[in-house]
Design a protein around this ligand. Structure first.
Ligand code: IPE
Ligand code: IPE
Ligand code: MG
Length: 256
């Protein structure tokens, strides 16, 4: 039982979420760290550090639900290279900071670490700590914890198209074999299912080049809460909202 859920309303939220349809893949755009810090007269990077705690809380909240299988956190976009180098270098230290604190928990809870994005461009120390975390958790299969790092949805689609082209040239694929599922298997998300639910914090109403292909039929949830303030209760509120949606995929509701 989650200790955070104390009031009657919170307990009701918890039990109704548990009884409802749980999204198997939740994607999160962690936004608002800078604004969170600015409101406290702190440097922007203090918001990034505080945001690591929110990742931990979300993982904990999701684990309690048992049925969340994939979580994909947008940590650094291909556009974030435009930020000042001091901020980028701080962000590149965060995977180490996170894994130093959480690797034990990942192992204890059968959580596997994965990356979507091109990590070859990351500083050596960042890449090494991530590769080490992935190697250590490679045998886990309870929850798949993914970070989108140096990720861009357009690059993802472009790289997939190039790889498919190479396979065609090599004679490993025929043009008529390329359907939606085959194309999706070449994306950085590989054979992961598409997100059921996308959560974006901080009040921004856009996708910011996140999983462009994969979000085609995801349910979108936007909240004004800034990422470092996001906790298990906010996660459950998002899931409760998701449980009210009717996912029609262009068809009609069953009873209609
Ligand atoms: C999200 O917080 C973290 C990253 C994009 C790396 P921001 O740094 O974008 O915070 P705001 O949007 O400026 O408040
Ligand atoms: C999106 O946030 C990217 C990540 C959360 C990593 P941004 O703060 O970079 O997005 P924009 O600039 O507001 O679109
Ligand atoms: Mg932002």
């Amino acid at each position: 039982m989650l200790r955070l859920f104390k009031t009657t309303k919170q307990k009701k939220l918890l039990s109704s979420v548990i009884d409802g349809d749980i999204p198997s893949h939740i994607a999160l755009i962690m936004d608002g760290n800078g604004r969170w810090a600015r409101r406290r007269n702190l440097p922007r990077v203090a918001g990034h550090r505080a945001g690591v705690e929110s990742i931990r809380r979300c993982l904990h909240g999701a684990r309690e639900l048992k049925k969340v299988k994939y979580m994909t956190f947008y940590a650094f976009s291909t556009e974030n290279w435009q930020r000042p180098s001091s901020e980028i270098s701080y962000l590149m230290d965060l995977p180490g900071y996170f894994l130093n604190r959480e690797l034990k928990t990942l192992m204890e809870n059968n959580i596997r670490l994965g990356i979507v994005g091109d990590i070859s461009r990351l500083p050596d120390h960042t890449r090494e700590v991530i590769e080490d975390g992935m190697a250590q958790t490679a045998g886990n299969d309870g929850v798949y914890l993914n970070f989108a790092l140096n990720y861009g949805g357009r690059d993802d689609i472009l790289f997939a198209a190039r790889k498919i082209w190479q396979e065609l040239e090599a004679g490993n694929l025929r043009q008529e074999d390329i359907d939606k599922d085959v194309f999706a298997s070449f994306l950085l998300t590989g054979d992961m299912p598409a997100p059921d639910l996308l959560i974006r914090t901080s009040g921004e109403l856009r996708i910011s080049n996140f999983l462009l292909w994969q979000l085609a039929y995801s349910e979108l949830y936007f909240t004004d809460v800034l990422w470092p303030d996001f906790d298990e209760i906010h996660l459950y509120q998002a899931i409760a909202d998701y449980q009210q949606r009717s996912r029609r995929y262009g068809g009609l509701q069953q009873e209609e």
